[in-house]
Design a protein around this ligand. Structure first.
Ligand SMILES: Cc1ncc(COP(=O)(O)O)c(C=O)c1O
Length: 360
């Protein structure tokens, strides 16, 4: 057909999610399959979320609050920030897309790392922007290199902190250095999807404190990872009021559904669940490091709930063989895979199957 699609779509490819557990079971005749591919919380979500959702089921015929008022107020209280600086979205995925629509004109340059979260490059190209890719150094964002890549055409800089897929983080001092050294008309986005898992104390857990001094800073966070409600699609963004009002022009009027709002509110209140998730992740990470060390596999030190590992064999072949053994991971590139940290039981199964597949 001769449909006249926008030419910006020509070299985009649809996101290819991994196969769901049920499909892998059916395809390979398996009775037990574990998924360590999408950085989900292996503990599920807080019981309080389930209770709140049950109550909310009576109101499915009513449109959601288009302003997520209760949730935004709760976030404002939690982070001690004015509610005018808080906005929610259908996962932070949606906000990556909205920010591209709000800021990127044709020909604008957008600086990002290689490797990082793939939606930054897709949404840049979608708007006719020009991705400027700065290689990672030692698996970590090269903040100086990103500063050096700034030109008069630069519109945005993406820093995934900590980074997906490598798990590495940028310390507070470098974030401040970046903000000090780029002009105010360049938007600096910190994507903090994995902040709840960070163990290092030179990570800026309260980056929202920078918003008053640096109005060009945008902070993205999500309920999909440590909070464990990825299925419901809810994230939040902290930014200057002017940025928030322009986001409001672009977003759908009811982009965050009622169940997502209710669940996020309940999830936020259960910080014991977050602590437990952090602890399970930390001990899982230590176990996996020990096993990788004993197998002689190189990996990047992770501040997230996933580890980027060099399996010294084609990543896609290893992925395929592991899948046949009932373990779904994510092949990234060359000989590198990304494995999400699971429960201890899942981690042990993964290691057993990895040893089998790699013959170690
Ligand atoms: C760095 C990063 N940002 C954003 C997202 C999107 O998360 P969600 O749309 O579920 O909030 C992910 C999900 O994997 C991610 O890894």
């Amino acid at each position: 057909m001769n449909f006249l699609f926008r030419k910006e779509l020509n070299d985009l490819v649809p996101y290819k999610p991994g196969k769901p557990i049920e499909y892998v079971m059916k395809e390979f005749g398996l009775t037990n399959v574990i998924k360590l591919a999408s950085n989900e919380n292996p503990l599920g979500c807080s019981e309080k979320v389930k209770q709140a959702l049950t109550k909310a089921l009576d109101n499915l015929h009513i449109y959601p609050d288009g302003n997520s008022t209760d949730l935004r107020q709760a976030l404002g209280r939690k982070f001690n920030i004015d509610v005018s600086k808080v906005i929610t979205s259908s996962g932070s995925d949606e906000m990556v897309d909205i920010l591209a629509k709000v800021f990127i004109n044709h020909g604008d340059e957008v600086i990002m790392a290689d490797l990082t979260f793939p939606r930054y490059i897709t949404t840049t190209k979608m708007m006719g922007g020009v991705p400027v890719i700065v290689p990672l150094k030692n698996f970590t964002h090269d903040i100086k290199g990103m500063q050096n890549a700034v030109t008069e055409k630069t519109k945005m800089i993406w820093v995934c902190n900590p980074n997906n897929p490598t798990g590495t983080m940028v310390p507070t001092s470098e974030i401040i250095d970046l903000l000090e050294n780029v002009s105010e008309d360049i938007i600096v986005v910190l994507d903090e999807a994995y902040r709840e898992y960070v163990t290092r104390d030179d990570y800026m857990l309260d980056s929202e404190r920078l918003l008053d001094k640096y109005p060009n800073l945008v902070i993205l966070r999500t309920f999909s990872k440590a909070y464990g409600i990825a299925a419901l699609r809810v994230g939040y963004t902290l930014a200057h009021e002017d940025i928030i009002s322009n986001i409001n022009k672009v977003r759908g009027p009811f982009n965050v559904n009622s169940l997502a709002q209710v669940a996020a509110l309940a999830a936020l209140e259960d910080q014991d669940f977050i602590k437990e998730s952090f602890n399970v992740n930390k001990s899982g990470k230590e176990y996996l490091y020990k096993e990788f060390d004993s197998m002689g596999l190189e990996y990047a030190l992770s501040e997230t709930n996933h580890i980027y590992v060099n399996v010294n064999k084609d990543a896609f072949e290893v992925f395929d063989k592991l899948q046949r053994e009932g373990v779904i991971i994510r092949p990234i590139k060359d000989t590198f895979i990304r494995v999400s940290i699971g429960t201890m039981e899942e981690n042990k199964i993964f290691i057993e199957k990895l040893r089998k597949v790699l013959n170690i």
